[in-house]
Design a protein around this ligand. Structure first.
Ligand code: AMP
Ligand code: AMP
Length: 340
């Protein structure tokens, strides 16, 4: 296969999350593009000229019904946050069309115990976690399983507070984690199994409501209002890190990838991924979550980021980097290295 084969493939994704970035990047790299959209968003996606084709579904959970149509279009599917949020890990694993990424990562990501073991084995700092409420040092954050975008988490300042709030908690699967007071930072990486290199694509922080707006009301103005912090993501803001911390940022990404190869056997984690951290005043980086695919904060950098600009002389978003990887794999006849 050679360069001209790029146009034989169609890059496709679900219409949500970071779909625009992914498909813009695919078009820039010479692929045909397709979006699977819910009926209510068709008119919205029609606005974008880089989307060649729209397939309509009533809801994303109907994905299976259109899978044969995707096969006919010679599609390579790019997963993003909505794949896990709306299809669930099990249905992701059942996807039969070529899928950019390693589905084995889903199990390691979804189960908070496995995820933590992976990070620890990679020598990453993680917040302390408590099995027994009697052992807890407060404050803590209590988290459900799965990628819910911070929805449903709660903060507890002491044991009494915890006991009151846990009663209203609907799910049985949760973890009690030390609340790290520091600056949140989301580092978007890309690991290429074609070049065997790790790249820092961009950094951002999430803007979460209402926790990121509480500081705008002075304490005396909040007193008596009974406001609880919530962590529902609304959008993202750009951020860069002190250059002296950057070598460790790269090293952390490398260790996570190397460890994944040992734990998951074979391919391990590749393509885009994100380490979500909180950095404390003593400059320790605590990873609170790993995301094994493109994260939405990368859409800040459709025109390139301060970090991708150091490596590329052209605008290189994470979406475009994915398409570039697939293109390189096609040219080298190594597509099996990047597809599952
Ligand atoms: P959506 O397609 O917007 O419904 O989002 C799918 C999943 O990705 C949900 O779990 C969201 O919480 C998460 N998500 C969407 N946008 C962002 C964002 N900008 N930053 C972080 N997570 C996001
Ligand atoms: P996550 O779903 O794990 O990415 O967490 C969503 C949000 O909750 C983060 O962006 C942080 O604002 C907050 N958060 C999660 N874990 C912690 C922690 N251990 N300490 C402080 N804040 C946290």
């Amino acid at each position: 296969m050679g360069k001209d084969d790029t146009a034989k493939y169609t890059i496709a994704t679900l219409g949500s999350h970071s779909a625009l970035q992914i498909l813009k990047g695919a078009k820039d790299e010479g692929f045909k593009t397709l979006i699977v959209s819910t009926i209510d968003r068709v008119d919205f996606y029609k606005r974008f000229k880089f989307i060649d084709k729209i397939l309509t579904v009533k809801s994303f959970s109907e994905y299976e019904k259109i899978e044969s149509q995707l096969k006919d279009e010679n599609v390579i599917l790019i997963p993003h946050g909505s794949f896990v949020a709306y299809l669930g890990a099990e249905n992701n694993k059942k996807i039969k069309v070529p899928y950019f990424g390693n589905k084995a990562v889903l199990d390691w990501e979804q189960d908070r115990v496995m995820q933590r073991n992976w990070l620890k084995k990679a020598g990453i700092n993680v917040p302390r976690q408590f099995d027994d409420i009697e052992d807890v040092t407060f404050p803590v954050i209590v988290k459900t399983y799965g990628a819910a975008g911070g929805k449903g988490y709660f903060y507890a300042r002491d044991k009494q507070d915890f006991k009151k709030k846990i009663k209203a908690f609907k799910t049985e699967q949760y973890v009690i984690q030390e609340y790290i007071i520091g600056v949140t930072l989301y580092v978007a990486y890309f690991y290429s199994p074609i070049t065997n290199e790790i790249e820092v694509m961009s950094m951002d922080r999430r803007y979460e409501t209402n926790v990121d707006s509480l500081g705008r009301i002075p304490l005396h103005g909040q007193q008596g209002l009974d406001i609880e912090p919530s962590y529902v993501v609304v959008g993202n803001q750009p951020l860069i890190i002190r250059e002296s911390l950057l070598p460790e940022v790269y090293a952390m990404g490398e260790r996570v990838v190397e460890t994944s190869k040992k734990l998951m056997g074979g391919k391990g984690l590749f393509g885009p991924f994100c380490l979500e951290m909180v950095i404390t005043p003593d400059q320790r980086m605590f990873v609170i979550e790993i995301s094994g695919r493109i994260v939405a904060g990368t859409s800040l950098y459709i025109g390139g980021s301060p970090y991708s600009d150091l490596m590329y002389d052209e605008p290189m978003s994470t979406g475009r980097r994915i398409a570039r990887e697939i293109k390189m794999a096609i040219e080298k006849n190594e597509l099996e290295k990047v597809l599952d």
